[in-house]
Design a protein around this ligand. Structure first.
Ligand code: ZN
Length: 435
């Protein structure tokens, strides 16, 4: 969009804006509506069906340009991001990533180093129009003290621009170590975070999940766990998590990320797991770009072969069963994902292709909620990520053509993010890239 008007002060009506019904708070809508949006001092004062009648005051014709809420990136790793130039993944595998990050963390993750990369990641996300981020923080002692203190500083520094939440991530051995888990959980509690961890194939998986759920219950914390990020059908961490939630009567919020293993398990196991997840009220977040990079990859030690699985979990099935579902960035330019830029529109576009939510086309736009209102509501964010009369920041993109395939098919050739309360500025990274 060229010549975007200033939105933070004065009045202006954005005419002929195309807005997905899902962005207007209509759950289950795949429609895209053409509306006029009246903005007064950076706040939405009215939303009306677009029409030929003149409007009072200044107006700006978006010419069917797409308007979206600023996005919510509910699963990231801002403390890991951007170490790739100094610590690459040696073979592109999940284990290669784990060992590379561990080595880098133990040598280099002083507060100044984490802060520099964390801040750069936030500036990337902000430029792409993201308004809220949840980041996992590597919290194996003694890193927990360094990273959580820094997180508190960054949350304060970025308040009003990006709303931040943080989750501890530790390996399964820490979850079954009562003293270590307690130390991490108390740090999380003191910093206002969520409790988490990563469990895939682990003999004591059931015990680990019970321990983390009980600890969260004891301290009144919400949960967000990495579960079953593997193609080994022996992994059952998500099922164990759901069982632990139900057995303990845990009442906090629970999110589970990855859950890749469901694509290689038998139908009976899959059905039982999905049913338990829905019964336990667990929200599922899929990380399509990271899964595509790591899952089903064979290291250089073996014969190089073409992957035959995408790695993503059964997100369509979870949604159909009634679970809250989200998609998110995960890692950016670190050994777990070599690419990425905290670009929510890229996540949405790639998610549509990888997870096949582009069909049926008349329902595709409902998936916008997976990067906006669904994770915002689950996470209890102040930012609700819907376009409504009152406060939300909005991001407007010129998108000539807003059919159900427009985001998967193309990036806007020129655009501006115009969040309420922010100064109007070009989003160069969006404007300059086309695919
Ligand atoms: Zn992750």
């Amino acid at each position: 969009m060229h010549g975007t008007p200033a939105l933070s002060t004065g009045s202006v009506t954005l005419r002929n804006a195309r807005v997905p019904g899902a962005a207007l708070g209509r759950v289950g809508s795949g429609a895209v509506e053409t509306v006029d949006i009246a903005i007064v001092d950076g706040r939405i004062a009215a939303i009306r069906p677009a029409g030929p009648a003149p409007v009072a005051g200044p107006s700006h014709d978006l010419d069917q340009g797409l308007v979206l809420p600023c996005l919510v990136d509910i699963h990231t790793h801002l403390d890991k991001g951007h170490i790739w130039p100094r610590k690459a993944n040696p073979d592109g595998t999940w284990l290669g990533a784990l060992l590379a990050v561990q080595s880098d963390r133990e040598r280099r993750w002083a507060a100044e180093d984490v802060e520099r990369r964390f801040d750069f990641a936030l500036r990337c996300a902000y430029a792409h129009g993201t308004a809220a981020i949840r980041t996992h923080l590597d919290s194996a002692p003694p890193q927990h003290e360094i990273s959580w203190a820094l997180f508190e500083t960054m949350r304060e520094r970025w308040a009003g621009r990006i709303e931040l939440q943080a989750v501890s991530i530790v390996g399964p051995d820490t979850l079954v170590s009562p003293a270590e888990l307690d130390a991490v959980a108390r740090q999380v509690k003191a910093s206002g975070g969520l409790l988490g961890g990563s469990v895939a194939v682990f003999e004591r998986s059931k015990e680990a999940m019970l321990a983390v759920v009980e600890k969260a219950g004891e301290l009144g914390l919400d949960l967000d766990l990495h579960t079953d990020e593997t193609g080994d059908p022996a992994a059952h961490a998500l099922l164990h998590l759901a069982e632990a939630v139900l057995e303990t009567g845990f009442t906090g919020k629970v999110m589970a990320g990855h859950c890749c293993v469901l694509t290689v398990q038998d139908e009976r196991t899959v059905r039982a797991t999905i049913d338990k997840v829905v019964e336990a009220g667990i929200a599922i977040v899929s990380l399509p770009m990271c899964n595509l990079y790591l899952q089903d990859r064979q290291g250089h030690g073996g014969t190089v072969r073409t992957p035959i699985r995408r790695g993503v979990t059964l997100l369509n099935e979870f949604k159909a069963a009634g679970a809250v579902v989200a998609i998110a960035s995960d890692n950016t330019r670190d050994p777990f994902y070599a690419y990425g830029d905290l670009d929510g529109v890229e996540v949405f576009r790639e998610g549509a292709r990888i997870l096949h939510f582009d069909h049926p086309q008349d329902a595709a736009w409902d998936w916008l909620r997976a990067l906006t209102s669904a994770p915002a509501a689950h996470a209890g964010l102040a930012y609700r990520a819907v376009i409504a009369v009152a406060p939300p920041p909005i991001s407007s993109c010129s998108a000539p053509g807003t059919g159900p395939n427009s985001i998967p098919a193309r990036r806007p050739t020129a655009s501006s993010c115009v969040p309420a309360g922010r100064s109007t500025r070009r989003c160069r990274t969006i404007a300059n890239s086309t695919t």
